[in-house]
Design a protein around this ligand. Structure first.
Ligand code: MIG
Length: 778
């Protein structure tokens, strides 16, 4: 194609683009209050302001009619009763809550959102909210010199997106994920602004193709969409954690995952037969490499028909699944949305008979080409269809499946546009709407259908869903992997900011294909990637057809031993990770965090791409380049201890750290603690011992942490069968006192007590609740 050659930068190409004419909302004519909503009638548009909480406000501009406030697929929170003070002056109008001040200039209508101290969070200047004749809606906001932007869901490139332009349109991208490759599979039109240590957030809840421009100007940024309303929420912060709590209050939090889904996953496109899967599983057992899940990619199906097994390759899936389960391994099959057009195939028959597929306005089913050939696509925008699709999963759950992998749900179609015809008319639960508007939520709604269906069938067990596409709120249903990366060191590097920005977008349970999907991996890359994978929230090794197999033993004993060690380490860290996932499920905070989330006043952390935090006190600084065994590690304030060598490092500066191929640099902040278990066996993965590792701090220094545990797979915790300990760790001159300041739940873990391990060079004086003791009895 000409685009791929230098022809694309032909000197005759004009730089000038068509002039864009924006129509401003104009001046305020009148306003009224309707319940918790303030409605502003402006010259050229209507604007609604609704407070969701004192710290969350929603602004909706509709160029055509009264703003619609009840159509979100992302937001599940209701507006609460918020006390609002209204101050109407001649030229200004102010709506103030305890946390936010909405300052409105009447002529022209401009909105400035301030915090309660009067500091501007989101301001408008010459331009404000506007639209174009083609239906585009846009908001221009003031960009401050110190602004840094994060989130935006799944994006390649660096952590801080200032200087970038980003697009939201769920897209299947097999071509290399380059720094400029955009958009990808997920659309989360949300970002967080960090400005001099303080943070606020914006969620632009518009499902059309949308754009964020943090690049064109140094004093203005904008967000816009091809149609619909200009509908956005401002979250007051004041720090990154508060913003995430606010955003996930609106769009929901991850359900508490089962422990098995947090273990190691092995995948391949594809393990093609029962025999191959059994041999694979046995290899993990024989080699004592921990594993919880084997994924079945598209070859398990009969001609790529979803809800079928190929009878030659997989003659007895039920037995396979039961036998693997006895070995401590679960099976997660892939399910794509495309249903093969085949009059003799029951799913297709039902879909046609009961009118469940996406159709054109005129009534014809939309057909697209995917793996099974010509296929129809369930219209997940309709409750009836979501219920049907969910019920169909009994096919899997009845033979012991507890997790499903959704792929191609952008939806991806093999054609020029890579997706469904945008003129397809979705049923949309009674409000028919085109695919142009609903494209970005197709994957989210497929996820909802799958997750809710499995949940009903699993008889009290937690389902696991892995999904490729999604929209804001996708975290409610599943985990997300970052799609078709490649076995490049650059992709290992890029996966860190990508996973961190997903976490900052509410999606706490994510990870890349460890080892890289396409391209041949190599021993060193796979080893380094597995070390990182042991700490990314989702941990799956996956590789593509036609490329080198990359199970942990494929490169010889030396590398296998290192990978075994790190996969086992994942399980040793499980008690800590599980507590952090519990925290994510109740507060929305990610498990894997950028450093700035913990140190928002430290500018050196604002674009730190190659280090990350696990929780609030453990920092990982992996080696991300070939042949490298030394790297600079930035240590924020405090003193940091290398957990392998016990060597201490002063904070507020960088240190050169040595790490041979078998070493992953892990540091813990002095004065804090974390829990660890031991690796037992694949069959029984529950630890025998759990130890609280305390790192001695300055006398008087305290650290608070929550330790959470339960059976790891059912919903019994909802009825009190959990154990939650609130610990306060107080460093003293000669040792430490571990105080249990809160304890709840009825769950009694098999390990019976938590041992206390002391790390420090002062006198080894360990107390529990003030008594000389080295264990917490449960
Ligand atoms: O276009 O099911 O991202 O993980 O192995 C290929 C086959 C379709 C894309 C997924 C990849 C999966 C593959 N799928």
């Amino acid at each position: 194609m000409l685009d791929d050659t230098s022809f694309a930068i032909h000197p005759g190409n004009s730089q000038a683009e068509k002039p864009v004419i924006y129509r401003d909302v104009g001046s305020l004519n009148s306003y009224e209050k309707d319940g918790s909503t303030y409605l502003f009638s402006c010259e050229n548009a209507e604007v609604a302001v609704r407070f969701f909480r004192a710290d969350i406000v929603r602004v909706v501009m509709n160029p055509e009619s009264t703003p619609a406030l009840d159509q979100s697929r992302a937001v599940i929170a209701n507006a609460e009763d918020v006390a609002v003070r209204v101050i109407d002056e001649d030229i200004y109008l102010t709506l103030a809550t305890e946390r936010l001040e909405i300052h409105i200039t009447k002529t022209p209508f401009r909105i400035t959102i301030k915090d309660s101290s009067g500091q501007e969070l989101v301001g408008e200047g010459e331009r404000g909210m506007c639209y174009q004749a083609d239906g585009t809606v846009a908001a221009f906001k003031k960009m401050h010199g110190a602004d840094h932007f994060y989130g935006f869901g799944e994006k390649s490139g660096h952590l801080n997106k200032r200087g970038e332009a980003l697009e939201m349109w769920n897209t299947d991208v097999y071509a290399p994920h380059n720094p400029e490759t955009d958009p990808l599979y997920e659309s989360i039109p949300y970002f967080m602004t960090l400005r001099e240590g303080r943070a606020h957030g914006i969620f632009f809840d518009n499902t059309f193709r949308s754009f964020f421009d943090m690049k064109t100007s140094e004093d203005t940024y904008s967000f816009s969409a091809e149609g619909g309303q200009l509908d956005y929420y401002v979250m007051a912060g004041p720090d990154p954690k508060a913003v995430l709590q606010q955003y996930t209050h609106l769009t929901g939090r991850i359900p508490l995952p089962s422990k098995w889904s947090l273990g190691y996953h092995q995948s391949r496109y594809s393990y093609e037969s029962e025999k191959e899967v059994r041999a694979l599983a046995q290899n993990f057992i024989d080699k004592d490499i921990p594993i919880d899940v084997i994924h079945l990619d598209i070859h398990y199906m009969d001609g790529y028909r979803v809800f079928t097994f190929d009878k030659d390759r997989f003659p007895n899936p039920k037995k396979l699944i039961a036998d693997l389960r006895d070995m401590g391994i679960r099976v997660v099959p892939i399910v794509d949305p495309g249903v093969k057009k085949d009059s003799e195939y029951a799913i297709y028959q039902e879909g046609v008979r009961d009118d469940l597929f996406c159709k054109y306005l005129e009534g014809d089913i939309y057909f697209g080409d995917v793996w099974p050939g010509t296929s129809a696509f369930p219209d997940f925008t309709e409750q009836k269809v979501r219920d049907w699709w969910g019920e169909k999963h009994a096919f899997y759950t009845e033979i012991g499946v507890e997790g499903i992998w959704n792929d191609m749900n952008e939806p991806a179609v093999f054609n020029e546009t890579k997706t469904m015809d945008t003129s397809v008319m979705h049923r949309n639960d009674g409000r028919p709407t085109t695919h142009r508007e609903l494209h970005n939520v197709y994957g989210l709604l497929m996820g909802e259908a799958t997750y809710e269906g499995m949940k009903k069938q699993l008889d009290g067990k937690r389902p696991f869903l892995l999904t490729r596409a999604g929209y804001g709120g996708v975290q409610r249903y599943g985990s997300v992997w970052t799609g078709d990366n490649r076995s490049f060191w650059e992709h290992l590097q890029m996966s860190l900011p990508m996973v961190m920005n997903l976490g900052l977008s509410g999606v706490a349970f994510t990870g890349p294909d460890v080892g890289g999907f396409a391209h041949d991996t190599n021993a060193e890359l796979l080893t380094r990637w597995t070390q990182v994978g042991a700490f990314t929230p989702f941990f799956r090794n996956h590789s593509a057809i036609g490329f080198r197999y990359q199970e942990p033993w494929q490169f010889g004993e030396k590398y296998e031993a290192i990978m075994r060690r790190y996969i086992q380490m994942r399980y040793e860290w499980m008690p800590q990770l599980y507590s952090l996932f519990y925290e994510a499920s109740v507060s929305g905070l990610p498990v894997m965090r950028p450093l700035f989330m913990e140190f928002p006043d430290d500018e050196k952390t604002y674009n730190l791409n190659d280090q990350f935090m696990i929780g609030d006190n453990v920092m990982i600084a992996p080696i991300l380049q070939p042949s490298v065994t030394d790297r600079a590690v930035y240590m924020p304030e405090g003193t940091w201890v290398d957990i392998m060598t016990e060597q201490e490092y002063a904070g507020g500066m960088s240190h050169l750290i040595h790490a041979e191929l078998e070493d992953l640099p892990i540091f813990v902040k002095k004065g804090t603690a974390f829990v660890m278990g031991d690796w037992t066996s694949n069959k029984d993965k529950t630890p025998k011992d759990v130890t609280l590792n305390v790192y001695h701090g300055e006398p008087g220094e305290t650290y608070r942490m929550t330790f959470y545990d339960d059976d790891g797979e059912t919903y019994a915790y909802e009825n009190g069968d959990y154990m939650k300990l609130e610990l306060k760790i107080v460093s003293e001159a000669k040792g430490v006192d571990v105080r249990v300041v809160g304890q709840s739940g009825n769950f009694k873990p098999a390990y019976g007590s938590i041992l206390v391990g002391f790390h420090g060079d002062s006198v080894d004086d360990v107390k529990v609740n003030g008594q000389q003791k080295r264990q917490i009895d449960l």
